[in-house]
Design a protein around this ligand. Structure first.
Ligand code: HXC
Length: 267
């Protein structure tokens, strides 16, 4: 679908997208790039990152990829530093890296719980923390009149309760809380806007392919409103937040789910 945004709304901006090699993270990278940004992507699987970068290059987007795990302090620091070294600044951080699997709470080990919290929650905070010195107003290479932007991808799992995702629901609830806390502190102190996007069921993503049981998918398919979203829908929300259209938006969690969460607990 054609973008309603002008192709230069992010001209001159530099974005770093964790989980940018696939799924929602890749689509956000692509759309930020198509609207003028230079893009660095970070992911655990080198071959996935490499092919995503090649795909971005095929759209003439200045892009670079780094393999790294947001659970590792040294990876987070290295990727943020390398992005700065390559592009000379950092304006936008998108935290899209996530881990998840379906498991009944009684079968989930504390380590399994911790693994998802480490990726989704601590990983998000770690990346924000590493990026702070570059994103803050007056940061190296930046336009001195304005600070940068963080977008944290969460979910709608925790608005009610979601079967077999106690770990991811808790992790994403904490991500939303991080978004609000940083919006308050870093918005005030550093002119950094921090917002979240909470996607619903998005077609052709690991979240749906791996996690949604068939009986839920068939119910979603039958509803006129509660249909699947597209990765594009999430990327357009990111563009709104990243562009000047969102310049007064800070600390919000934008739900992009077609109204699906309103139907809970029916699903
Ligand atoms: C029960 C499991 C499990 C499973 C892992 N564990 N998979 N427990 N059921 N299916 C437990 C392990 O037993 C272990 O605990 C601990 O978790 C760590 O497992 P590892 O395999 O060592 O972890 P790792 O290799 O680092 O893999 C991380 C992962 C993996 C999260 C477990 O699934 C992953 O990285 N997936 C790819 C990313 C992904 O799925 N993204 C989708 C995000 S979708 P013990 O106690 O045995 O040591 C999303 C959208 C949400 O977030 C919204 C949906 C609508």
């Amino acid at each position: 679908m054609e973008s309603p945004f002008k192709a230069d709304v992010l001209k001159g901006k530099v974005a770093l997208v964790t989980g940018g090699g696939s799924g929602i993270g890749y689509e956000i990278s692509l759309q930020l790039g198509k609207h003028g940004a230079s893009v660095a992507i970070m992911g655990r699987r080198k071959h996935v990152v490499d092919s995503a970068v090649a795909a971005l290059h095929s759209h003439a987007i200045p892009a670079i990829g780094f393999d790294g795990d947001v659970r590792k302090e040294e990876d987070a620091a290295r990727v943020v530093e390398s992005t700065f070294k390559h592009f000379g600044k950092l304006d936008i951080l998108v935290n899209a890296a996530a881990g998840n699997f379906l498991v009944p709470a009684e079968d989930l080990s504390p380590n399994g719980f911790r693994t998802v919290v480490d990726i989704d929650t601590i990983g998000t905070f770690r990346m924000c923390r590493e990026a702070l010195k570059y994103l803050k107003k007056g940061g190296p290479g930046k336009d001195p009149s304005t600070g940068g932007l963080i977008i944290n991808i969460s979910a709608i799992l925790h608005y009610g309760a979601t079967w077999y995702q106690i770990h991811a629901s808790a992790a994403k609830a904490a991500v939303d809380s991080i978004t609000r806390s940083l919006a308050l502190e870093w918005g005030t102190d550093h002119d950094i806007r921090v917002n979240g996007i909470a996607p619903g069921a998005i077609d052709d993503t690991a979240g749906v392919i791996k996690l949604a049981p068939e009986e839920i998918l068939s119910q979603i398919k039958q509803k006129p409103l509660y249909k699947f979203g597209e990765k594009w829908d999430i990327a357009m929300a990111a563009l709104y937040l990243a562009s000047d259209a969102g310049k007064f938006v800070n600390g919000t969690i934008m739900v992009v789910d077609g109204g699906q969460w309103l139907s809970r607990p029916r699903f």
